[in-house]
Design a protein around this ligand. Structure first.
Ligand SMILES: Nc1ncnc2c1ncn2[C@@H]1O[C@H](COP(=O)(O)OP(=O)(O)OP(=O)(O)O)[C@@H](O)[C@H]1O
Ligand SMILES: [Mg+2]
Length: 257
């Protein structure tokens, strides 16, 4: 298969990291209108950890996430996903890799309105031609608390329930890495906390890796590490963050917190 992991031989650091970026630079536009959204960012995100990406508006958080997830291509530098080099991969291979090894949870839930909850959750499996294991789907539905909504359409669900469908859909392929761009941004406090608990469980119970952009210091408090971006650079890496410490640092960086 195209997408097998490279062997650990000779690359022990790459395999310990779920995602690693080396000198990643991203420039949008050209000439006088060029904007450098990321300046030679180098970082490794260890497997089985929960990382929150924070920073002021325009600091490069979404760009970082999109480059790390293979949704966008850096102008220069290298991105490795579990040892696989995404740089230089063609769009067909990138699409296949995203389907099989990565899960996404965005603020706009991107559910298909004509499909019910179960069909939305199993969509990535059908797209990749993977056999649908009904027991696993039932387990995922139970985990996100939507067993009794399995045959409802998105329009019949609350915002929080829709977000939980999006999380279930991100979990169903058992991805190595789950990427979220403000996955709790549109949710109330209680529902947001449920979503964060689900992401935390994906790390603690199944050893997956979560990388999440957030503006919310409380949400960041669920992470193991907070990476603070400022002007396209990693200004700080904070271990075992608390909401208070994060809010304090964000304030000095001029963030919205
Ligand atoms: N498609 C694009 N074309 C040109 N410039 C862009 C594009 N996307 C982002 N940028 C610029 O790159 C910089 C980083 O943007 P990015 O979306 O990564 O910021 P962010 O930290 O996610 O901000 P926010 O908190 O507002 O979502 C910004 O200055 C932005 O204007
Ligand atoms: Mg953004």
């Amino acid at each position: 298969m195209l997408l097998k992991h490279k062997g650990a031989a000779g690359a022990p650091t790459a395999s310990a990291d779920a995602v690693s970026l080396a000198s990643v630079r991203k420039v949008y536009g050209r000439g006088a209108a060029a904007v450098t959204a990321l300046h030679d960012v180098t970082i490794g995100i260890p497997r089985g950890t929960f990382t929150a990406i924070m920073g002021p508006s325009g600091s490069g958080k979404s760009t970082f996430l999109h480059c790390a997830a293979g949704l966008d291509t850096p102008t220069s530098g290298t991105v490795l996903l579990g040892g696989t080099d995404l740089t230089g991969m063609n769009e067909v291979r990138l699409t296949e890799l995203r389907r099989s090894r990565v899960g996404f949870v965005f603020q706009a839930f991107n559910l298909v309105s004509s499909l019910d909850v179960t069909q939305n959750i199993t969509l990535p499996l059908r797209l990749s031609g993977t056999r649908i294991d009904r027991t696993w789907v039932a387990e995922i539905l139970a985990r996100v608390g939507l067993t009794d909504r399995a045959h409802h359409r998105p329009a019949q669900l609350s915002g929080g329930q829709q977000q939980r469908v999006a999380i279930a859909r991100a979990l169903v392929t058992r991805p190595e890495v789950i990427f979220g761009d403000e996955p709790t941004g549109a949710l109330d406090t209680v529902t947001g906390r449920e979503v964060l608990t689900l992401l935390r469980e994906a790390v603690d119970d199944t050893g997956q890796t979560v990388v999440m952009v957030t503006h919310d210091p409380v949400a960041a408090g669920h992470a193991d590490t907070v990476l603070l971006l400022a002007d396209g650079r990693i200004a700080e890496s904070m271990s075992r963050p608390t909401a208070d410490r994060v809010a304090e640092r964000m304030a000095t960086l001029g963030g919205r917190a």
